[in-house]
Design a protein around this ligand. Structure first.
Ligand code: PLP
Length: 302
Protein backbone atom coordinates (compact mmCIF):
# COMPACT_ATOMS: atom_id res chain seq x y z
CA UNK A 1 0.00 0.00 0.00
CA UNK A 2 1.24 3.47 -0.82
CA UNK A 3 2.19 5.49 2.26
CA UNK A 4 -0.28 8.25 3.10
CA UNK A 5 1.19 11.67 2.36
CA UNK A 6 0.90 14.21 5.24
CA UNK A 7 -1.49 16.40 3.20
CA UNK A 8 -3.94 13.46 2.97
CA UNK A 9 -4.60 13.64 6.71
CA UNK A 10 -5.02 17.31 7.60
CA UNK A 11 -7.31 16.67 10.58
CA UNK A 12 -4.79 14.51 12.40
CA UNK A 13 -2.14 17.05 11.51
CA UNK A 14 -4.18 19.86 13.03
CA UNK A 15 -4.14 18.06 16.40
CA UNK A 16 -0.38 18.10 16.67
CA UNK A 17 0.70 21.19 14.79
CA UNK A 18 3.32 23.39 16.40
CA UNK A 19 3.56 27.16 16.00
CA UNK A 20 6.37 29.55 16.86
CA UNK A 21 5.03 32.55 18.80
CA UNK A 22 7.42 35.26 19.96
CA UNK A 23 10.22 32.95 21.01
CA UNK A 24 8.24 29.85 22.01
CA UNK A 25 7.21 26.70 20.17
CA UNK A 26 3.64 25.83 21.16
CA UNK A 27 0.85 23.46 20.06
CA UNK A 28 -1.66 25.45 17.99
CA UNK A 29 -4.28 25.14 20.73
CA UNK A 30 -1.98 27.01 23.12
CA UNK A 31 -0.60 29.50 20.59
CA UNK A 32 -1.96 32.97 21.43
CA UNK A 33 -1.44 36.61 20.59
CA UNK A 34 -2.93 39.58 22.44
CA UNK A 35 -6.28 41.08 21.41
CA UNK A 36 -4.39 44.36 21.29
CA UNK A 37 -1.90 43.10 18.74
CA UNK A 38 -1.93 45.67 15.92
CA UNK A 39 -2.12 42.86 13.41
CA UNK A 40 -5.49 41.86 14.86
CA UNK A 41 -6.68 45.46 15.31
CA UNK A 42 -5.46 47.07 12.06
CA UNK A 43 -3.86 44.39 9.86
CA UNK A 44 -0.69 46.32 10.72
CA UNK A 45 1.83 43.75 9.59
CA UNK A 46 3.39 41.71 6.79
CA UNK A 47 3.76 38.04 5.97
CA UNK A 48 5.67 35.58 3.85
CA UNK A 49 4.96 32.08 2.63
CA UNK A 50 8.10 30.10 1.86
CA UNK A 51 7.73 26.77 0.09
CA UNK A 52 9.83 23.73 0.95
CA UNK A 53 10.38 20.67 -1.21
CA UNK A 54 12.39 17.58 -0.21
CA UNK A 55 13.34 19.47 2.95
CA UNK A 56 14.85 22.39 1.00
CA UNK A 57 13.42 25.93 1.18
CA UNK A 58 12.88 27.46 -2.24
CA UNK A 59 14.31 30.93 -2.70
CA UNK A 60 14.32 31.66 1.04
CA UNK A 61 16.77 34.50 0.35
CA UNK A 62 14.36 36.26 -2.02
CA UNK A 63 11.48 35.82 0.44
CA UNK A 64 13.46 37.37 3.30
CA UNK A 65 14.56 40.23 1.03
CA UNK A 66 10.93 40.92 0.15
CA UNK A 67 9.90 40.69 3.81
CA UNK A 68 12.60 43.18 4.73
CA UNK A 69 11.34 45.56 1.99
CA UNK A 70 7.68 45.18 3.06
CA UNK A 71 8.45 45.81 6.73
CA UNK A 72 10.69 48.78 5.92
CA UNK A 73 7.88 50.34 3.86
CA UNK A 74 5.68 50.19 6.97
CA UNK A 75 8.46 51.20 9.41
CA UNK A 76 8.18 47.90 11.28
CA UNK A 77 11.41 46.59 12.73
CA UNK A 78 12.77 43.39 11.20
CA UNK A 79 12.54 41.02 14.18
CA UNK A 80 15.87 39.17 13.97
CA UNK A 81 18.76 38.44 11.63
CA UNK A 82 18.10 36.50 8.42
CA UNK A 83 20.20 33.66 9.78
CA UNK A 84 18.16 33.48 13.02
CA UNK A 85 14.91 33.65 11.07
CA UNK A 86 16.06 30.77 8.87
CA UNK A 87 16.86 28.73 11.99
CA UNK A 88 13.28 29.26 13.24
CA UNK A 89 11.86 28.43 9.77
CA UNK A 90 13.80 25.18 9.69
CA UNK A 91 12.76 24.32 13.25
CA UNK A 92 9.06 25.00 12.60
CA UNK A 93 9.17 22.81 9.48
CA UNK A 94 10.99 20.06 11.43
CA UNK A 95 8.61 20.12 14.41
CA UNK A 96 5.67 19.80 12.01
CA UNK A 97 7.36 17.02 10.01
CA UNK A 98 7.05 19.11 6.85
CA UNK A 99 9.39 18.21 4.02
CA UNK A 100 7.07 19.33 1.22
CA UNK A 101 4.78 22.24 1.96
CA UNK A 102 5.34 25.70 3.31
CA UNK A 103 6.23 27.86 6.27
CA UNK A 104 3.99 30.85 6.96
CA UNK A 105 5.39 33.77 8.92
CA UNK A 106 3.62 36.90 10.07
CA UNK A 107 5.21 39.94 11.64
CA UNK A 108 3.13 42.74 13.09
CA UNK A 109 3.98 46.04 14.74
CA UNK A 110 3.23 44.37 18.06
CA UNK A 111 0.94 45.00 21.02
CA UNK A 112 -0.19 48.50 22.02
CA UNK A 113 -3.30 50.30 23.31
CA UNK A 114 -5.61 50.85 20.34
CA UNK A 115 -4.66 54.02 18.48
CA UNK A 116 -4.10 54.50 14.75
CA UNK A 117 -0.83 56.39 15.23
CA UNK A 118 2.20 54.19 15.83
CA UNK A 119 3.15 53.43 19.46
CA UNK A 120 6.73 54.09 20.62
CA UNK A 121 8.93 51.56 18.83
CA UNK A 122 8.43 48.25 20.60
CA UNK A 123 8.77 44.57 19.97
CA UNK A 124 7.20 43.31 16.75
CA UNK A 125 5.16 40.08 17.04
CA UNK A 126 6.43 37.10 15.06
CA UNK A 127 4.29 34.05 14.48
CA UNK A 128 5.30 31.12 12.32
CA UNK A 129 3.46 27.95 11.29
CA UNK A 130 4.14 25.16 8.81
CA UNK A 131 1.90 22.95 6.73
CA UNK A 132 2.42 19.97 4.46
CA UNK A 133 1.15 20.42 0.89
CA UNK A 134 1.90 18.89 -2.48
CA UNK A 135 3.40 21.78 -4.46
CA UNK A 136 2.77 20.18 -7.83
CA UNK A 137 -0.85 19.09 -8.21
CA UNK A 138 -0.71 16.52 -11.01
CA UNK A 139 -4.47 16.61 -11.48
CA UNK A 140 -4.57 20.39 -11.92
CA UNK A 141 -1.50 20.21 -14.16
CA UNK A 142 -3.35 17.76 -16.39
CA UNK A 143 -6.67 19.59 -16.54
CA UNK A 144 -5.52 23.17 -16.16
CA UNK A 145 -7.53 25.64 -14.11
CA UNK A 146 -10.22 28.27 -14.67
CA UNK A 147 -9.97 31.88 -13.61
CA UNK A 148 -12.58 34.61 -13.47
CA UNK A 149 -11.91 38.33 -13.80
CA UNK A 150 -12.91 40.81 -11.08
CA UNK A 151 -12.22 44.50 -10.42
CA UNK A 152 -9.01 45.15 -8.49
CA UNK A 153 -10.38 46.78 -5.33
CA UNK A 154 -7.18 46.76 -3.28
CA UNK A 155 -5.22 49.70 -1.89
CA UNK A 156 -2.56 51.36 -4.04
CA UNK A 157 0.42 49.39 -2.58
CA UNK A 158 -0.15 45.67 -3.20
CA UNK A 159 3.63 45.42 -3.75
CA UNK A 160 3.86 45.43 0.07
CA UNK A 161 3.01 41.93 1.31
CA UNK A 162 0.65 43.24 3.96
CA UNK A 163 -1.65 40.99 6.00
CA UNK A 164 -4.63 43.21 4.98
CA UNK A 165 -6.08 40.63 2.60
CA UNK A 166 -9.83 41.21 2.68
CA UNK A 167 -10.17 42.05 -1.06
CA UNK A 168 -8.07 38.98 -1.86
CA UNK A 169 -10.29 36.79 0.33
CA UNK A 170 -13.46 38.21 -1.26
CA UNK A 171 -12.03 37.63 -4.74
CA UNK A 172 -11.01 34.05 -3.99
CA UNK A 173 -14.46 33.31 -2.59
CA UNK A 174 -16.06 34.77 -5.73
CA UNK A 175 -13.86 32.47 -7.82
CA UNK A 176 -14.83 29.48 -5.70
CA UNK A 177 -18.54 30.31 -6.01
CA UNK A 178 -18.07 30.49 -9.80
CA UNK A 179 -16.35 27.08 -9.86
CA UNK A 180 -13.00 28.68 -10.72
CA UNK A 181 -9.62 28.28 -9.04
CA UNK A 182 -8.50 31.90 -9.01
CA UNK A 183 -9.71 35.43 -9.75
CA UNK A 184 -7.59 37.73 -11.91
CA UNK A 185 -7.93 41.31 -10.74
CA UNK A 186 -8.38 44.02 -13.35
CA UNK A 187 -7.34 47.65 -12.83
CA UNK A 188 -9.21 50.78 -13.97
CA UNK A 189 -7.43 50.72 -17.35
CA UNK A 190 -8.77 47.23 -18.04
CA UNK A 191 -5.40 45.57 -17.45
CA UNK A 192 -4.93 42.38 -15.46
CA UNK A 193 -2.85 43.08 -12.37
CA UNK A 194 -2.55 39.65 -10.73
CA UNK A 195 -4.50 36.87 -9.04
CA UNK A 196 -5.69 37.08 -5.44
CA UNK A 197 -2.74 34.90 -4.37
CA UNK A 198 -0.73 34.42 -7.57
CA UNK A 199 0.84 36.28 -10.48
CA UNK A 200 -0.75 36.20 -13.95
CA UNK A 201 0.96 35.34 -17.23
CA UNK A 202 0.02 34.85 -20.86
CA UNK A 203 1.81 33.52 -23.93
CA UNK A 204 0.93 35.46 -27.09
CA UNK A 205 0.19 33.74 -30.37
CA UNK A 206 3.59 35.03 -31.47
CA UNK A 207 5.23 32.97 -28.69
CA UNK A 208 6.13 35.82 -26.37
CA UNK A 209 5.72 35.28 -22.62
CA UNK A 210 4.05 38.30 -20.99
CA UNK A 211 3.58 39.25 -17.34
CA UNK A 212 2.85 42.60 -15.79
CA UNK A 213 5.88 44.66 -14.78
CA UNK A 214 6.58 44.61 -11.04
CA UNK A 215 5.56 48.15 -10.09
CA UNK A 216 3.45 49.28 -7.13
CA UNK A 217 0.41 47.59 -8.76
CA UNK A 218 1.36 43.97 -8.02
CA UNK A 219 3.18 41.81 -5.53
CA UNK A 220 6.49 40.82 -7.11
CA UNK A 221 6.06 37.09 -6.57
CA UNK A 222 9.15 35.12 -5.65
CA UNK A 223 7.92 32.38 -8.01
CA UNK A 224 7.52 35.12 -10.64
CA UNK A 225 11.14 36.14 -10.05
CA UNK A 226 12.26 32.51 -10.25
CA UNK A 227 10.32 31.90 -13.45
CA UNK A 228 11.85 35.03 -15.02
CA UNK A 229 15.27 33.46 -14.41
CA UNK A 230 14.10 30.15 -15.89
CA UNK A 231 12.71 31.97 -18.96
CA UNK A 232 16.02 33.80 -19.45
CA UNK A 233 17.94 30.52 -19.10
CA UNK A 234 15.64 28.87 -21.66
CA UNK A 235 16.21 31.77 -24.08
CA UNK A 236 12.48 32.49 -24.42
CA UNK A 237 11.09 35.86 -25.49
CA UNK A 238 9.68 37.83 -22.58
CA UNK A 239 7.88 41.09 -22.12
CA UNK A 240 7.09 42.62 -18.71
CA UNK A 241 4.20 44.93 -19.54
CA UNK A 242 0.49 45.43 -18.85
CA UNK A 243 -1.96 43.20 -20.71
CA UNK A 244 -5.72 43.55 -20.92
CA UNK A 245 -8.52 41.03 -20.45
CA UNK A 246 -9.21 40.91 -24.20
CA UNK A 247 -5.54 40.20 -24.96
CA UNK A 248 -5.49 37.47 -22.30
CA UNK A 249 -8.60 35.83 -23.73
CA UNK A 250 -7.07 35.86 -27.23
CA UNK A 251 -3.72 34.46 -26.00
CA UNK A 252 -2.27 31.10 -27.04
CA UNK A 253 -1.72 30.12 -23.40
CA UNK A 254 -2.13 31.47 -19.90
CA UNK A 255 -0.68 30.47 -16.55
CA UNK A 256 -0.27 31.54 -12.95
CA UNK A 257 2.58 31.32 -10.47
CA UNK A 258 2.76 31.16 -6.68
CA UNK A 259 4.97 29.61 -4.01
CA UNK A 260 2.38 27.02 -3.02
CA UNK A 261 1.27 26.09 -6.56
CA UNK A 262 4.46 26.61 -8.54
CA UNK A 263 3.05 27.00 -12.09
CA UNK A 264 -0.48 26.13 -13.16
CA UNK A 265 -1.83 26.30 -16.72
CA UNK A 266 -4.95 28.47 -17.09
CA UNK A 267 -7.33 26.99 -19.68
CA UNK A 268 -10.35 29.28 -19.32
CA UNK A 269 -10.80 32.95 -18.44
CA UNK A 270 -14.42 33.72 -17.55
CA UNK A 271 -16.28 31.82 -20.28
CA UNK A 272 -13.51 31.93 -22.88
CA UNK A 273 -11.32 28.87 -23.51
CA UNK A 274 -7.66 29.82 -23.88
CA UNK A 275 -5.89 28.44 -26.95
CA UNK A 276 -7.19 24.91 -27.39
CA UNK A 277 -8.80 24.94 -23.94
CA UNK A 278 -6.19 22.61 -22.47
CA UNK A 279 -2.76 23.11 -20.86
CA UNK A 280 -0.42 24.53 -23.47
CA UNK A 281 3.05 23.24 -24.40
CA UNK A 282 4.94 26.24 -23.04
CA UNK A 283 3.10 26.17 -19.69
CA UNK A 284 4.03 22.50 -19.32
CA UNK A 285 7.63 23.14 -20.31
CA UNK A 286 7.94 26.06 -17.88
CA UNK A 287 6.35 24.03 -15.07
CA UNK A 288 8.93 21.27 -15.59
CA UNK A 289 11.83 23.73 -15.84
CA UNK A 290 10.66 25.59 -12.73
CA UNK A 291 10.40 22.32 -10.76
CA UNK A 292 14.05 21.62 -11.66
CA UNK A 293 15.02 25.15 -10.56
CA UNK A 294 13.11 24.69 -7.27
CA UNK A 295 14.69 21.28 -6.63
CA UNK A 296 18.02 23.04 -6.18
CA UNK A 297 16.55 25.61 -3.78
CA UNK A 298 16.04 28.22 -6.53
CA UNK A 299 18.50 31.10 -6.65
CA UNK A 300 19.72 30.33 -3.12
CA UNK A 301 21.95 27.58 -4.42
CA UNK A 302 22.83 28.86 -7.88
N1 PLP B 1 0.29 37.96 -5.84
C1 PLP B 1 -0.39 37.94 -4.68
C2 PLP B 1 -1.44 38.96 -4.43
C3 PLP B 1 -0.10 36.96 -3.70
O1 PLP B 1 -0.77 36.94 -2.55
C4 PLP B 1 0.89 35.99 -3.99
C5 PLP B 1 1.22 34.94 -3.02
O2 PLP B 1 0.60 34.79 -2.01
C6 PLP B 1 1.56 36.05 -5.22
C7 PLP B 1 1.24 37.06 -6.11
C8 PLP B 1 2.63 35.06 -5.55
O3 PLP B 1 3.79 35.33 -4.82
P1 PLP B 1 4.85 34.21 -4.50
O4 PLP B 1 5.28 33.64 -5.82
O5 PLP B 1 5.94 34.93 -3.80
O6 PLP B 1 4.19 33.17 -3.66
Amino acid sequence: MQAEAPWDKPERNAMSRIAYVNGRYLPHRDARVSIEDRGYQFADGCYEVVAMRSGVFIDAGLHLQRLRRSLAALSIRFPMSDAALQVVMTEVARRNAVREGYVYMQITRGVAARDFAFPAPGRPSLVMTARAKALVDMKLMATGIRVITIPDQRWARPDIKSIALLPNALGKEEAKQAGAYEAWQVDRDGNVTEGTSSNAWIVTRGGEVVTRQADHGILDGVTRQGLLRVIAAEGLRLSERPFGVAEAKAAAEALLTSSTNFILPVVRIDDTPIGEGKPGPLAKKLAAAYADYAALGGSDRS
